[in-house]
Write a protein that binds this ligand. Sequence first.
Ligand SMILES: [Fe+2]
Length: 348
Amino acid sequence: MRFDFVRAVLALCSSLAVAAAAGPAAADGVVNVYSYRQPDLIKPVLDAFTAETGIRTEVLFLDKGLEDRILAEGLNSPADVILTVDIARLTAAKSKGVTQALDDQTVNANIPAEYRDPEGHWFGLTKRGRVIYASRERVGDEPIAYADLADPKWKGKICMRSGQHDYNLGLFSAAIAHWGEARTEEWMKGLKANLARKPDGGDRPQAKAIYAGECDIALGNTYYVGLMLTNEKEPQEKDWANAIKVVFPTFENGRTHVNISGAALAKNAPNRDNAVKLIEFLSSHDAQKIYAEQVFEYPADSGLEPSEIVKSFGTLNADTLPLTDISNNRKAASEMVDRVGLDDGPSS
Ligand SMILES: [Fe+2]
C-alpha cells in the first residue's frame, strides 16, 4: 500500500521534471501532505499556496493510522507536512516521534503561543468550539453552562456522540483541568443520567435527533453547523441545522472549550524547505482566513474574523486553558468515561 504512494510520488516527480523543462511553474517541486482532514476541505488553501509559490502539493488522506503509517515508512517516508485535527492527535504525532521541531520566526509571529507546541512540534491553524446545539423550538434563550448539563432539569433531553470520541475527551479533559477529577466524575454521572439515548453517531446526527424531537440539546462542534447549513449535496442537513441554535456553554471563567486543527513538520520531510514554506503560508493571516472560512472554523489568531455564518452563532470567548493541560488529562478522561459507563446511555 505504502509503496503505491511512493511510486505515485516518484511518478509525479518525474512528470514534474518533464514539466520543469517546459515551464517555470513546477520548477520549485512538491510538498507531500499527510492529512486527517478531508481533501476537499483543504484544497482551496493548498491551491492558494501553489499559486503563490509554484510548489505543488500531493495530499494523502487517511482517516486513521496516520502516525503508524509514517512510522512504518521510516526513513523513506515521503511525508513532509502532517495536517490534522484535535490537540490529542497533534500531541500523539509528537509523542510517536513522527514530527520534528520547527523554530520559525514567521510561524511563531503568526500563531499565538497558546496554539502552538512550546517545542515547535505542532502549530494550531484554526480553532473550533465545543458548544451546545439547542432546539430553537423547545429551548429558551437562557445561558447554559457546561456544569448545567448535569442539572436534572435536562433529564432525558440530552444527545451526544460517544464519550470516547476525541472531541468529547477534549472537553472532559478541560473539565478535569477546571474542576478536578472528583467533581468532573460527579458531573459526568449527572450528564449520563440526563441522556435521551445511548451515545451514538457523529455530531451532525445529534442535530438531526433534535430536529426529530428525540432530544432538546446536544454537544457538538461549531463548524458542523456551517457545514450542515451549506450542504447542497445532502440538503436535509439544512433542516437539521435550522432546527438548532448554537449556545456557547462556559466554564466558571466565562469561557468556552476550544480545540484546534493544526500542522506539523514530518520527522524526515524529504522536501523540508517546501514543507517549511507551506507551514509558513498556512500560518499567514490570509491563509488562516481562507482555511477557517472554508471549514467554518475560527482562525487561530483571535484578531482575525471568522466567516459570516460562524459570526452569526454569536461571540466565541475561547478558553485560555493550555492545550497541553487538555492532552495531559486525556487518559484520565477516557478512564472516567468507562468508569461512569457514559457510553452505556441513561438506563444502565
Ligand atoms: Fe469533525
